[in-house]
Design a protein around this ligand. Sequence first.
Ligand SMILES: O=C(O)CCC(=O)C(=O)O
Ligand SMILES: [Fe+2]
Length: 189
Amino acid sequence: MLQLNKACTHLDLDLLARDERNKAEFWINRKTLKEATSISILEDMKKLSFRREFGRQIAWLGTKDINYRYANKNHLNTIDFSFAPAIHHFTRFISKEFSQDFNHLLINLYSDNDKLNAHKDDEPELTGAIASLSLGDTARFTFADSHIDLEHGHFTIGNREFFNNFSHSVSPTFRGKIRFNLTWRTISS
Ligand SMILES: O=C(O)CCC(=O)C(=O)O
Ligand SMILES: [Fe+2]
């Protein structure tokens, strides 16, 4: 079971301090999660079923009846966060930390040579930041003239301006093993 209090203590999200975040036009932060938290969330992954979409597999869950529509496809939440207890705890934690009601979680699963081509997460119904957690193998996240290698336990969060302005892409995994990337979003209704 996720030890939320310990996880909170070890997850100091103020890599870029709150007031600096408020001043910056674009920002993306990265931090590493406590291993116990990553393992609990990986346990939740086993309960989900994934389907193929645009070069990788996906699953989604979140607040009932919230629909995230992109690329002419609906992603309506029929599974509530409470179905996945570690994810549920972590969602509440980041929602409080960032004062944002994350109501949709899109999970990417990369295996073999899966990758994600350049895209923006700029659908008009998306509001606020997108938070993401990488588990498993490492992949390269490329944006603008820059990149970050996302390893197991890396938690990133980028603001709306970042996702509206920067295309980003994701490489195949470095060691050919599987990688999960969980992306928490807020869909306005
Ligand atoms: O796999 C990643 O790190 C990012 C995934 C992504 O860009 C997305 O789901 O929109
Ligand atoms: Fe994206």
